[in-house]
Design a protein around this ligand. Structure first.
Ligand code: CTP
Ligand code: MG
Length: 401
């Protein structure tokens, strides 16, 4: 599809943007809006050339500026710069006057809409091929009122029928030329090109635009544009929003019970004939807890920080490691809301130690004991825990920042 010529009206003064210059030359992320627009047009791969209308006194500056940016931003776009007129419709008419082609289509697209994108161009083009004249539009979200001079509401049109019209507006070349000739002969004030074709009594059909396809008009639009051009994905990332983030992490661990080992659970030594076997002190409950904490913060797992192949961690005190993990989370700005540990052991009975364990973990994490839940259960003599071969633990942690 390469029979599309674009007209870019860019000859306004940008009064409402309050930057003191034509907004087409206002920079976003160091690049003029007009250049962003041409880059977007090149990205559609649909356009064979562009005619840009700027204010008569800006033609030379615009050519120089575009020459400077072309290589990096729109290397294969053919463009011509012409002098626009007092009103947008005059600028479009002046651009139209240098287009000698009579076959194919013209897309009129405001310089101030650099976010239209390929999908919208494709949809409008497809509709124009079917109906000769098509414009991008989106259903209005607000209820629209027609209001009188004293602010009194005159009419409330049915919102279901209302659409906000954008550009691109795409027309058969012959039709657009005919419409603009008619306008010259029957002067009227219009604010878009569809209106000119409508004056001819011809049907214009809408195609779905996109809400992001704003016309940069007032100062707050620049803020949106900066964000948008900085990378849409970045805006969407939750960590860029000033909203609290909540996370949950889960952990699980198992250690084998052996003779002549100490049994340490949640940092508390529990008297028992066996203890847990492991590279460190094998505090299975704290290992599950550390994994839950690291998981919630998406920081990996304990094997990453305290590998059991490292001699340094032989016999390590898991309470110390847990404090280190709490420190890592704190460094990343995470606050621990609560944690919940379940220890799965047939023997020994742990009820008498739970209170001490909760205090111990609360101290390691520097949180209130109220936020620490520790439970013990058996597996009804089933499985390795039921046979007393080992102890398992699960943990859940809730984080916030
Ligand atoms: N435009 C144009 N010639 C004019 C007036 C406007 O080519 N005489 C262009 C603008 O440069 C813009 C598009 O038409 O790309 C849409 O117009 P608008 O958003 O109204 O831009 P400005 O007229 O520049 O802004 P303002 O009305 O705030 O002064
Ligand atoms: Mg204007």
């Amino acid at each position: 599809m390469n029979n599309l010529i674009a007209i870019i009206p860019a000859a306004g003064i940008g009064k409402r943007l309050e930057q003191g210059i034509n907004k087409a030359f206002v920079q976003i992320a160091g690049v003029p809006i007009l250049v962003h627009c041409l880059k977007m047009l090149e990205g559609t791969s649909m356009i064979k050339k562009v005619v840009i209308a700027v204010a008569p006194g800006e033609v030379e500056d615009a050519r120089r500026m575009l020459g400077k940016f072309q290589k990096e931003y729109f290397p294969s776009m053919l463009f011509t710069v012409v002098a626009g007129g007092n009103e947008r419709q005059d600028s479009v008419a002046n651009a139209l006057a240098v287009i000698s082609e009579n076959e194919g289509y013209i897309a009129v697209h405001d310089a101030a809409r650099p976010f239209a994108g390929k999908e919208v161009f494709l949809r409008v083009m497809e509709t124009a091929e079917k109906y000769s004249a098509a414009v991008a539009a989106v259903p209005v979200k607000d209820t629209i009122k027609m209001v009188g001079e004293a602010g009194e509401i005159l009419v409330t049109p049915d919102r279901g029928l209302l659409h906000a019209v954008q550009t691109p507006q795409i027309f058969e070349i012959g039709l657009l030329k005919k419409a603009y000739t008619y306008l010259r002969e029957h002067p009227a004030k219009v604010t878009d090109d569809a209106s000119v074709v409508e004056l001819l009594g011809k049907k214009v059909v809408i195609a779905m635009g996109r809400y992001e396809n704003i016309k940069i008009t007032t100062p707050e639009d620049l803020v949106f544009a900066e964000f948008f051009l900085a990378g849409k994905e970045d805006i969407m990332k939750t960590d860029n929003l000033n909203m609290p983030q909540f996370r949950t992490g889960i952990g699980f661990d198992v250690h084998k019970l052996e003779q002549s080992r100490r049994l340490v659970l949640c940092g508390i030594e529990v008297p028992y004939e066996k203890g847990l076997l492991g590279h460190s002190d094998a505090d299975v409950s704290l290992h599950a807890l550390m994994d839950a904490l690291l998981g919630g913060a998406a920081l990996g797992d304990i094997g990453r920080y305290f590998p059991d192949t490292d001699e340094h961690f032989k016999g390590a005190d898991s309470a110390e490691l847990t404090k280190q993990v709490a420190g890592m989370l704190q460094a990343e700005g995470w606050h621990i809301n609560n944690i919940d540990i379940t220890i799965i052991a047939e023997q020994p009975k742990l009820a008498g130690y739970i209170a001490a364990m909760r205090n111990s973990v609360a101290q390691m994490l520097k949180i209130s004991t109220d936020c620490v839940s520790i439970k013990a259960t058996t597996t009804e003599k089933l499985g390795f825990t039921g046979r007393g071969e080992g102890i398992a633990a699960t943990a859940v942690a809730s984080l916030m920042k």
